[in-house]
Design a protein around this ligand. Sequence first.
Ligand code: BES
Ligand code: MN
Ligand code: ZN
Length: 498
Amino acid sequence: MQISFVAPSNIAAGAWVVGAADGSALLPAAVRADKASGGALTRALKISRFTGKAGQMLEVLAPAGMAVSRLLLVGLGKPESVDEKGLEILGAQIVARLYAGGERAASLEIDVPKGANVKKAEAAAHLVFGARLRSYAFDKYRTRNLDEFEKKLTTLRIVTPDTAAAKKAYGGLAAVADGIFLARDLVNEPPNVLYPAEFARRAKTLLSKLGVKIEILGEAEMKKRGFGALVGVGQGSDRESQLVVMQWNGGKKSAKPIAFVGKGVCFDSGGLSLKPGGGMMGMKGDMAGAACVTGTMLALAARKAKVNAVGVIGLVENMPSGDATRPDDVLRSLSGQTIEVLNTDAEGRLVLADALTYTQRRFKPKFVIDLATLTGAIVQALGYEHAGVFSNDDQLVQRIQVAGRTTGERVWQLPLDPFYDKMIKSKIADMKNIGGGNSGAITAAQFLLRFIEKTPWAHLDIAGVAWQDGEQKPTIPSWGTGWGVRLLNRLVKDHYEN
Ligand code: BES
Ligand code: MN
Ligand code: ZN
């Protein structure tokens, strides 16, 4: 989709999309469109249910005497509730409607009503951001009936008074969209294609172009260095485990970096504690934490964020075989702590343990945030609208919550407490890898806390939000959501750039 920002003037061929506030009050562009069409919108309004509520639409096809192919009137809702997030959703809904209608080109002239919570340039930028997010598709494996999936809309013009300001506001968001698309691609790829080494290769190719420094540790190297927990998870697989270290240095030379760590289980069969068939479906997405970290690093680099940021992802495949880790095995983690593995399906925490130790010891970060599709229990607790967040630092968790609310990627805090820590005591080792009772998302977080060495830390359990099997959200047209890129980017932008 070609996107351009144009100043108000004559509207080109294609759809002309205009807005109305709640109560059907036509905004200026809509008034002009109505006049130009000899009152077609007014007439259509009279015979429709359109009232201007957010997301409502009214379409007039091939209006007489006009060069445009259609007029699309969209509802903005009450002026005081118009904000960036709402405009993103609107942009996405408009694109969806134009896709369905087979439209090829469109001019969006959505006036910002008086009393709205957003400036004109930002409004245009966020409208486009939403439109762009909706334009994502993962069709590379389709070979038949391609016209069924073809998106005809190829030209999108945003009509806005200050095109330079709007373009500038969109610049940063375009970088974020690129990061989200990368994260979605990685999550959507099938696991026979995207195994650890392939993931690492893609990260290297895409990020080094933007000036991100990439290091890749192979399995033998990790074994030698003592990554016993991570290597223990991957050893049942024919695919080699990898650790990818990404560094973006856009901040002051002396400034400590911030750090993101991601769970990258490219396929989670459960290992010898094999999942049943139904539970194994979708486990190609068990690397969504790593995908989010990679997408975020891309976004930060693409918009040249003034921050030093490190991304570390542990990439493994959890498979059963004669070499696989057994339930009852004891692994020695990089931290030196020993872990009795009682269920090989609780593998994400083992990967994260070593990645967290490595990240803290090497980089001494300002904070570390890990992201992982860690537990089914978090899905039980919170469903699909919030990720779970656990933290040892009140300021950090509060900042994450606010960034989540502004971007729409919301989080909900759950507790850490010595009581839950008792649940992972082992009979023979320093800890076991399952709690063995209820509160599975919390015992998993307690496990991770044992690997935190006085660093401010937050753990995001994204098992419920990393992909969507049910209803599709307007800005998310694919299975993989790319969850977290927007939130982390926002967190950085609000607090950690200098
Ligand atoms: N990757 C899964 C968690 C998961 C489940 C993510 C469903 C997304 C949807 C994780 O590795 C896992 O298998 N966790 C187990 C832990 C249990 C064995 C203690 C779980 O949640 O059942
Ligand atoms: Mn598992
Ligand atoms: Zn897993």
